[in-house]
Every structure is written in structure tokens, then in C-alpha cells.
Design a protein around this ligand. Structure first.
Ligand code: OAD
Length: 228
């Protein structure tokens, strides 16, 4: 802040990256249809079978390395010319950053990172070449886990995310089914004066004051820019 640019906050979900070839979770043939979520993405699942969880996230990393940001990500980044842009994403990919967005808050962690089980503050960025083979489970002598917020775990970044949404002039939700809390509740922290938009080809039910753009992320962003 510290300038008079309007503050626009994007709340993004898996649909933001769908056009980059990253699978969503709950659409037909989505990830949770093929992998039981409580096996591969929960604290209990990791305690039961860490190898399976490491393998699942390594497959996601391999998919991510093949993916490129789409026009939707790029248009979000380009808005920094005229707005103070904040991206709060549920996505664990790094496509917003690779498209040029400067302020990206990851609510559910980051795919390309792991952290030590015995010291949460030790976070390691994985090298792309490490993804090709078996997942690294020990780094610098520490057993590591994906730097991902599993189901059954707290979402430590929710408080800073709420503070950002509370100061927004415009909030734009893109590509999320709005079923996973606390992320799904963020929109309700927008000030009454804020303009609200929701870009999704198959949108969830949202309050009347939200302007729904029933399109994919790239086309939806073009439409949003016309309406801003
Ligand atoms: P979902 O898979 O639940 O929802 C994806 C949304 O993207 C749906 O509303 C689709 O209609 C929409 N969509 C599909 N194609 C799109 C496109 N081309 N452009 C824009 N939108 C499109 O994914 P999330 O809501 O992100 O958490 O899921 C929330 C969390 O549940 C994830 O962060 C993940 C998951 O379990 C963890 O793993 C912690």
C-alpha cells in the first residue's frame, strides 16, 4: 500500500490452473475421484503411509514441471500496472509466480517445497531434477514431508489472508468450488463497499452482490478487465 492505487485481491482455486493442464480436485475425473483424499492428503494418511503421500505429490510435481501459466495467470499479473494486486491462492502450484505476480500468498502450501518433520522452520525448495526419480524423503539428515496443508491440519496463513481481504476495493474469486474452509469463507470478509466478482464456468452459489462471470479463467479475466 502507501499509494493511491486501488487494491484488488484475487482468491484463486484449482480452476485457475485448469487451462494450464493441471487437474482440478472435484470436477469429473478430478484428482479426488482417482485418489482417496484421506489417503493422500490428510495428516492421518501421511502417518499411515508416508511413501504413498510422497509418491502422490511427486506425480503432481511432475505434472507441474510440464505446465505453463495460462492467459488468466498472465492477466492477473499484468493488472499490477494499474492496481495493488494481491493473490491469495488455494493452489500449491507456482504458476502465479511464474506469470509474474509479485504478491502471492499460498493458503494450502507449496508443491515444490518440503519441510523437516523435526523442525517446521526448515523448508527446502526441491530441484526440478530431483522430481524425476523417487521422491526425496531425507534432506540434510532430516526426514521431510510435503510443504502442504493436509486435511485435519490448521491453515496458518488464513489470518494474513483475512487481513488482506478486509482492505480490498475489489475481490475476484477464480476457479474454486468454494467448499473447503476456511478458504471458502474469505469472501465474507470483504468490506461492504468492495466490488465482488466470481469467474468460474460452473460457479457455486454465492450472495447476490457477487457479479458472476460464467467463463473459464482466461476468457473470464478478459471479461473482468472490461468491467473494471
Ligand atoms: P475444486 O476442484 O473443488 O474446484 C475447481 C473449480 O474450478 C470448480 O468450481 C470448477 O467449475 C472450476 N473450473 C474448472 N475449469 C475451470 C476453468 N477453465 N477456469 C476457471 N474455473 C474452472 O478446487 P478448489 O476449489 O481449488 O486442498 O479446491 C479447494 C481445495 O480442495 C484445494 O486447495 C485442495 C483440495 O482438497 C488441499 O489439498 C489442501
Amino acid at each position: 500500500m502507501g499509494n493511491d492505487k486501488k487494491k484488488i485481491v484475487f482468491l484463486t482455486g484449482a480452476g485457475m490452473s485448469a487451462e494450464s493442464g493441471i487437474k482440478t480436485f472435484r470436477d469429473t475425473n478430478g484428482l479426488w475421484e482417482n485418489y482417496p483424499v484421506m489417503d493422500v492428503a490428510s495428516a492421518d494418511g501421511f502417518a499411515r503411509n508416508p511413501a504413498l503421500v510422497h509418491q502422490f505429490y511427486n506425480m503432481r510435481r511432475a505434472d507441474l514441471l510440464k505446465a505453463q501459466p495460462n492467459d488468466g495467470h498472465r492477466l492477473v499479473a499484468e493488472l499490477e500496472k494499474d492496481y495493488d494486486v494481491y493473490v491469495i491462492t488455494q493452489n500449491v502450484d507456482n504458476l502465479h509466480e511464474r506469470a509474474g505476480s509479485s504478491n502471492v500468498l499460498h493458503l494450502h502450501g507449496e508443491l515444490m517445497k518440503v519441510r523437516a518433520l523435526d523442525d517446521e522452520s526448515k523448508v527446502y525448495e526441491l530441484k526440478p531434477e530431483a522430481i524425476e526419480t523417487t521422491p526425496e524423503t531425507i534432506i540434510d539428515g532430516h526426514h521431510v514431508r510435503p510443504h502442504i496443508v493436509f486435511f485435519q491440519e490448521a491453515v496458518p496463513m488464513i489470518e494474513p489472508a483475512i487481513d488482506i481481504v478486509k482492505q480490498a476495493d475489489i475481490v475476484v474469486v477464480i476457479g474454486t468450488s468454494l467448499v473447503v474452509y476456511p478458504a471458502a469463507g474469505l469472501l465474507s470478509f470483504a468490506p461492504p463497499s468492495a466490488r465482488l466478482f466470481y469467474i468460474d464456468p460452473n460457479p457455486a452459489v454465492v450472495p447476490n452482490r457477487v457479479n458472476v462471470i460464467k467463463k473459464g479463467a482466461s476468457e473470464g479475466m478478459k471479461e473482468l478487465i472490461k468491467q473494471l
